[in-house]
Design a binder for this molecule. Structure first.
Ligand SMILES: NC(=O)c1ccc[n+]([C@@H]2O[C@H](COP(=O)([O-])OP(=O)(O)OC[C@H]3O[C@@H](n4cnc5c(N)ncnc54)[C@H](OP(=O)(O)O)[C@@H]3O)[C@@H](O)[C@H]2O)c1
Length: 269
């Protein structure tokens, strides 16, 4: 029986993607950190949509966690035909004050877990006539963002990795898609970040449900780039026409607001 595996499915965009997939009758394997009521999400979806669900609670930043997850799904006989790498952490901070743990978490979850899960599940996906990988990046992948240097670089990595790999696996029936959301109110921290951008934040934000709908639609239509929302398209257009130094000045001015709003202290220079 085919299953769609979704990481970070207990809340935010991942949970919205789980609902969107369940509506379309897909059986689900939901993954998130322990103690986040993942079981309740799984049961809710089963009752409402009559699908089969399994859930696994694991911290994907731990080096062995992706392989344990893979082994568990394999020994449970769960066949995966869609892999959705959604789990990720954002945040803004002064780089020289960021702890090594803060940096590692972004690299381990946003990059390593995504790459290792893709590597592990690829042979399983290749056994299907057609299968999908949907990676959740961010609009930040297209910009160089001060105070979010590790995050924006991690999301640019997701773009580059996915595009490169898609050329390698397309002929084996595996279609790769990447979704690039911008400003989704998913938890108190993203709420605070969006608020710090004032009118621009309010205007460019988009709901998790809309991102999920666009992402699943785009994936099933074999689109590589999935960019939900008009505002994001406009920002990408501005990126094409504005000279890089102007872009950098504007971005820097915008994101210093975010780091000031979310860090415990404000620097004056
Ligand atoms: N929100 C935005 O504005 C925005 C914009 C662009 C891109 N994105 C991307 O969209 C994705 C989802 O973001 P979101 O805003 O929906 O985040 P969220 O509400 O914080 O949800 C993140 C999900 O990932 C899980 N997760 C976090 N750390 C994990 C770990 N170490 N191991 C396993 N699972 C872990 C969380 O599980 P728990 O609930 O158990 O903690 C949760 O289910 C991320 O990749 C993010 O970078 C978000």
């Amino acid at each position: 029986m085919n299953h769609t595996l979704i990481t970070g499915a207990s809340s935010g965009i991942g949970k919205a993607i789980a609902w969107e997939c369940a509506k379309r009758g897909m059986n689900l394997i939901l993954v998130s950190l322990p103690g986040q009521e993942l079981e309740a999400v799984a049961r809710d979806l089963e009752v409402r949509y009559g699908i089969k669900t399994r859930y696994f609670e694991t911290d994907l930043t731990k080096p062995d966690s992706p392989i344990h997850l893979f082994n568990e799904t394999q020994s449970a006989g769960l066949d995966v035909n869609i892999l959705i790498n959604n789990a990720g952490v954002a945040g803004a901070s002064y780089f020289d004050e960021s702890s090594i743990e803060y940096i590692d978490e972004r690299i381990q979850l946003n990059i390593r877990a995504l790459v290792v899960l893709t590597r592990l599940y690829l042979p399983v996906l290749c056994k299907h006539e057609t299968s999908h990988i949907l990676n959740v990046s961010s609009l930040a992948a297209f910009f160089f963002i001060p105070y979010k240097s590790v995050y924006s670089a991690s999301k640019a990595f997701v773009l580059s990795f996915s595009r490169s790999l898609s050329g390698e696996v397309k002929h084996r029936g595996v279609r790769i898609s990447v979704v690039f959301p911008n400003g989704v109110q998913t938890n108190s921290s993203t709420g605070l970040r969006i608020k710090s951008h004032g009118r621009i934040g309010r205007w460019t934000q988009i709901s998790a449900d809309k991102v999920a709908r666009c992402a699943v639609d785009g994936m099933l239509k074999n689109r590589f780039y999935i960019i939900p929302g008009f505002a994001s398209h406009l920002l990408l257009f501005l990126r094409m026409i504005l000279p890089v130094p102007v872009q950098q000045r504007l971005i820097s001015r915008e994101f210093v607001k975010e780091v000031s709003a979310t860090c415990t202290h404000i620097r004056t220079a």
